[in-house]
Design a protein. Structure first.
Length: 118
């Protein structure tokens, strides 16, 4: 069974940084494009960043230049380095595979809470 375990969230002041990590088990990790997603209170889950099998990266406009996604296939891990954090980045962050139909996924980890506040 596929398991996704996120960590690294916390409370940070505006302008601060956090690095999120996600360990994936139960699947051949290197065969899958991966993504980071987030869900703010009262809002739908949204795609934040993706990384392909070859390492190509994509970001939503609001985090471009501030977030960096990376993957370590040997450790079956995907990371999200978040810099210059803003209050609007406050959300629960999740990792998962990336496909066009990601919003139909039913298997999600517990997520990690990121709160940006002074």
């Amino acid at each position: 069974q596929v398991q996704l375990v996120e960590s690294g969230g916390g409370l940070v002041q505006p302008g601060g940084s956090l690095t999120l990590s996600c360990v994936v088990s139960g699947v051949v990790f290197s065969n899958h494009p991966m993504g980071w997603y987030r869900q703010a209170p009262g809002k739908q889950r949204e795609l934040v960043a993706t990384i392909s099998l070859g390492g190509a990266k994509m970001y939503r406009d609001s985090v471009k230049g501030r977030f960096i996604i990376s993957r370590d296939n040997a450790k079956k891990m995907v990371n999200l380095q978040m810099n210059s954090l803003k209050s609007e980045d406050t959300a629960v962050y999740y990792c998962n595979f990336y496909r066009n139909d990601w919003d139909q996924f039913t298997n999600w980890g517990q997520g990690t809470q990121v709160t940006v506040s002074s």
